[in-house]
Structures are given as C-alpha cells and as structure tokens.
Design a protein. Structure first.
Length: 594
C-alpha cells in the first residue's frame, strides 16, 4: 500500500454503517473546553494478597498446585509472620505464586519476603506480587481528527513515514484488558490468550485460556474501560476501510493478551503474558503461534521492578522482542513505577497537542522518549482518538473515544517500532531501542526529563536506509585499520560493519571510493552505552563531514555528496570518546551506503 491519503485518514462511518459513534459531532467550543476528564486515580500498589517465590531448584514445567510445594523453612517463616498462604500456580519461569488469606501492605510483605530469603538459602528470590493498573486517563467520548498523527507541533509525523512502511509483517502484542472485535480492528487481530489466573479478577468465570476477549474490567462501582481495545486501535486500526480512523502501523497485526481485569492485574500474570508474547512456553496455555516483535505494556504501578517482571522482559528480549512501556500518570518520578523502571524497556512519557509535557505524565531518568498522549483539559478533542466500546460494564457496540494518558503515548511508540521493523526486520532489540531513542525531534514546548525527544516516525523510517537495498553486505572489521595507509577498503554499495574501537587513541578507518555526483551516508549504532563519533576525511586529512557528536548510546549519522569532477576517496573514521563496558568499550554497528 502506498501513502495514506488525508481523506482516508479522516474517513467516518456512513449513515447506514453498523458502527455507532458515541457522539456524532463535536460539542460547542466552550463546552469542549470545560468538559471534565473522568480521571482514573493514580495507582500505587499499596497492598496485595499474593507473594512470588522462586526456589533455586525450580521446575519450570506445570506441576500439581499444592501447599506441599512450599518448603518447610518457608512455611515456618510465613507462620511466624502470621500469614496463611496457599500455592496457586507456577509462573512461566518456575516461580511459585502464593495466595494469602487477605491483602497486606506491600511494605510488610517486602519485609516478609526478605525474611523468607534469609531463612531459606534455596530461595533465589521472593517478592510481593505487585498489582499493576491501566495507565489511561479516559473521559467522555468524542469523534474528531487524529491530530496526534500528523500535526506539526504535537504529532508523530506519520504521513511521510507511511510512504515507506505501514508495519506489514510485524506482530505487536498488547498486554492489557483484552480486546473487542471492533470492526475497525478485527481484520488485524491474531489469536491471543487470557493470562488472568484468578476468576475474581478475570470476571469471565475461569482462569487462563486462549480467549483474549475483553469481557469488561468494571467492578466495585467502576465502569469498564475497554482500555486494551483503545490501545490496540492506536497501534493497528485498519486503514482505507471507509470507517473510523487509522492506527500508527495499519499493516501490523495485534496479538492480544488479557492480563488486566477487575482491579488491575498481578505481576505474575503480566510477566507470563510478556514471555508468552515472545514465544516462550507458559503453563496453562498453548504456545503462541505468532510471536511478537514488539510488546506494548500500557500499565504500571508504584513499585520497584520485580524479579518476576525483569525475568520475563529479559526472556522476551532474548527472543527478539522490543518491550515498550508507559511511564505512568502520577506527575511523579517514573523511576518509582514498574515496569517503567525495569531494565531493557523503552519507557514513554506523554506530550500534549502543543508538544509539551502532559500535566499527568511521569518523568525522570528512566524515561527514554515521549509521544502524543493528549491533554483534555484544553478540550476533549485534544485527547487521543481510537477504537472503543459503548458498554458500561459488559460489551456493547463499537465506538470511538478520546482518551488521554501515557497509555495512549506508549502505543504510538510501539506502532513506530513496527514501522521500523517492517523496513528493517533484521534489527536486534538493542538496535531498535537505540534507533527509537535517537530518531526523535526536539520538544516544541517544555518537557523536562521526558527523554531524548518526541518520536519522529518519518525520521525513523527514512533513516533505515539500508533496508531498501537488497544487496547489503555484512562485514567484520579487519585490523590494523587505524590509519589512511591501513584503512579497510569497502567496495560493496551497502554494508553493515561489526567493529570494536577502544580508548588509548585507537581509531577504525574505512576507505570508500565515491563516484562523481554520488551521495554517501553512514551511521553508527553503539552496541554498548558508549559515546562513539564518526567523521569523513579526504586523503590529506581534511574533515568533510561529521556525525552529530551525540551523547553515549545515541546514533551518529552523516552524509556527503561528491560534487567534484573526479571520483573521490573517502575515509570514514570511528573513534571512542567514553563509556562502554569492560573490554568491549566501543562495540558498534557501522552502516554505510552509496
């Protein structure tokens, strides 16, 4: 499919369509400006009724669930703490999930977990099973333009990106409340799974199964959010079908995973959803036939990153998946919220229609990038529009609604990752993550501690220049190559070089002959958190072009065109400035094309 037209982007349902919009026209401006947002209170996992214990000799296969699986030392510790616990099931990595007789404070259970580990050296880790919540901040439904895709100030710059990629061939897992078979989404839905292990949370009468349908998460006086359907629609709502809007990556497919229900969801269930999404085996469900390259987690709670979640994230990344998570909606430090504070994830803050920090968005040093999340304090139409359902608690009709939150920003980045991976399917998770952090634009309004910038989908897809060349050659750096005389000669028109440059005045030099009128491009992706620089020199040593001299871990790019009358020998020079790990100070991937 080529570029999406503005007409298709703004298409609405015909009068006789089976799709029913909740509001057929926008409110008057003065009413929109004062429309109150129906905010979800920030969630801090202050209490939970479950513990997770992983023994060093844990069996990752499904086992009979019985209290006998808890060691005698653990039984004694729990008894002394005044706790009654029953083993309910094993997690995907072999950890044992224990159900307590009632909820206890997280602080007290952290102390209990520490005592369990002290009393039993066979415990690898013990921790509370924190409860995460959706990170949406929904309000009343409206229908209007999807500014968050195309407007100059706050948009993702998608139209130019769609000229190059629509995400075809990439599976994106949405771990959330499940999905509804919305007419604007169902064509892009793959089979999923319900990972909720507790019937009281699932509200569907059973535990885990292969049905990821959202039956509603409304309980205790709260309406259902249909949160997963909104997130999934932002990623991959169908394009050019004559109804509704469009997703960031309309050629991608959604793998729905239900892990949030009444009151949220347990970390252990979310963790199994992460592992299953990437293709790992998990007790109680069949293996995923469509492993995801991107995993979206628009959820979180105030807690440290648990070993349960971190293990699942590590598993997913080892299987090639990129994990993208919401920073949280408490206008606080994302460093205190999980999974935003876990290793190996892309943490996303939310920006407004003007491109500044959304008032609710968490920020901090763990935040990697920002994306449109909306801010309906200035009007409902300043939220993010996506697919939804009219049901108050149980499913009703298809609809569309504006929501705001880091939950809405996160699928923008997940969709952008799908656009990139469709164009460069060979990218490893660390390469994709580096590019997401680097291919951004500056904030047009204030957004302190919001990461490197607003993700720029156009730049992200345009800079994936080697994917358009089917004759890319993989090359290993050959030493010595630290001078012009010993430079490694590169003759292929497009190459990807794996190299390593260290301190002590080391340099790697590559020679390329550029024909008259030809353009040359190069970029370097540090594979560790190193600060590496690149530049182009001529034979006499004159610098012709340099990279961006960006901070550690960032992608440096440069280009040069031979405007002379004879072919020109270029010398691409890679140097190390700082950072890196141990003996691999400057491991890098250098891509060059002409």
């Amino acid at each position: 499919m080529g570029a999406l037209s503005l007409a298709s982007l703004l298409a609405v349902a015909a009068p006789n369509s089976s799709i029913r919009f909740q509001v057929s026209e926008p409110l008057e401006p003065e009413l929109r400006a004062t429309a109150p947002a129906r905010l979800l209170a920030p969630i801090s996992s202050a209490s939970t009724d479950r513990l997770v214990i992983r023994y060093r000799n844990a069996n990752t296969r499904a086992q009979a669930y019985s209290a006998a699986q808890i060691s005698s030392a653990s039984h004694a510790s729990l008894f002394r703490a005044g706790l009654q616990a029953v083993a309910v099931h094993h997690n995907g990595n072999g950890a044992q999930v224990l159900k307590l007789d009632r909820k206890r404070s997280v602080a007290s259970l952290q102390a209990t977990a520490a005592q369990l580990m002290a009393d039993d050296p066979n415990i690898l880790y013990a921790e509370p099973d924190y409860i995460a919540q959706p990170q949406a901040v929904p309000s009343d439904p409206y229908f209007g333009l999807q500014w968050h895709y195309h407007e100059v100030s706050g948009g993702l710059r998608l139209p130019a990106a769609w000229d190059l990629s629509i995400g075809t061939g990439i599976n994106v897992a949405v771990i959330d409340t499940g999905v509804r078979p919305h007419a604007d989404l169902v064509a892009n839905l793959l089979p999923g799974a319900d990972m909720i292990s507790t019937a009281a949370v699932s509200l569907d009468g059973d535990g885990r199964d292969m049905d990821a349908s959202d039956v509603g998460d409304g309980c205790n006086g709260r309406n259902s959010s249909w949160h997963g359907t909104h997130v999934a629609g932002t990623i991959a709502a169908v394009a050019n079908n004559g109804i509704g809007g469009v997703g960031v990556a309309p050629g991608a497919k959604i793998v729905p995973i239900r892990a949030l229900g009444c009151g949220g969801g347990y970390n252990s269930d979310i963790a199994d959803g992460i592992a299953w999404a990437a293709g790992a085996s998990v007790p109680g469900v069949s293996n995923n036939p469509n492993p995801a390259r991107v995993i979206n987690l628009s959820l979180g709670g105030m807690s440290p990153c648990s070993a349960t979640l971190q293990t699942a994230i590590d598993t997913a990344r080892s299987r090639g998946a990129v994990v993208i998570v919401a920073a949280g909606n408490s206008n606080a430090s994302a460093n205190n919220f999980s999974p935003a504070n876990c290793r190996g994830v892309i943490t996303v803050a939310a920006t407004t229609r003007k491109g500044g920090k959304a008032s609710y968005s968490n920020t901090g040093s763990v935040v990697d990038v920002a994306a449109p999340g909306g801010s309906m304090s200035t009007g409902a139409a300043d939220g993010v529009l996506s697919t939804l359902n009219t049901g108050a608690t149980t499913p009703g009709n298809d609809s569309y609604q504006y929501y705001q939150g880091t939950s809405m920003a996160t699928p923008h980045v997940a969709g952008a990752a799908a656009l990139l991976l469709a164009r460069r399917p060979s990218l490893m998770p660390y390469e994709t993550e580096t590019l997401l952090r680097s291919m951004v634009r500056a904030f047009p309004a204030a957004c302190a501690s919001c990461g490197t910038g607003i993700v720029d989908a156009a730049l992200l897809t345009q800079r994936a220049f080697l994917s358009a060349n089917t004759n890319v050659v993989n090359v290993t750096e050959a030493e010595p190559n630290n001078t012009h005389a010993t430079a490694q000669s590169i003759t292929a028109p497009a190459v990807r070089i794996l190299g390593n440059v260290g301190p002590l005045k080391d340099a790697d030099v590559f020679k390329v002959t550029l024909p008259v009128g030809a353009a040359f491009s190069a970029r370097i992706l540090p594979l560790q958190d190193a600060n590496l620089d690149i530049e182009i020199r001529n034979l006499t040593g004159t610098v012709l072009a340099t990279g961006g001299n960006l901070p550690a871990g960032r992608v440096d790019s440069m280009s040069y065109t031979n405007k002379g009358k004879t072919p020109l020998d270029l010398y691409v020079r890679v140097t190390w400035k700082s950072g890196g790990t141990g003996n691999v100070n400057g491991v890098y991937s250098l891509e060059m094309a002409r």
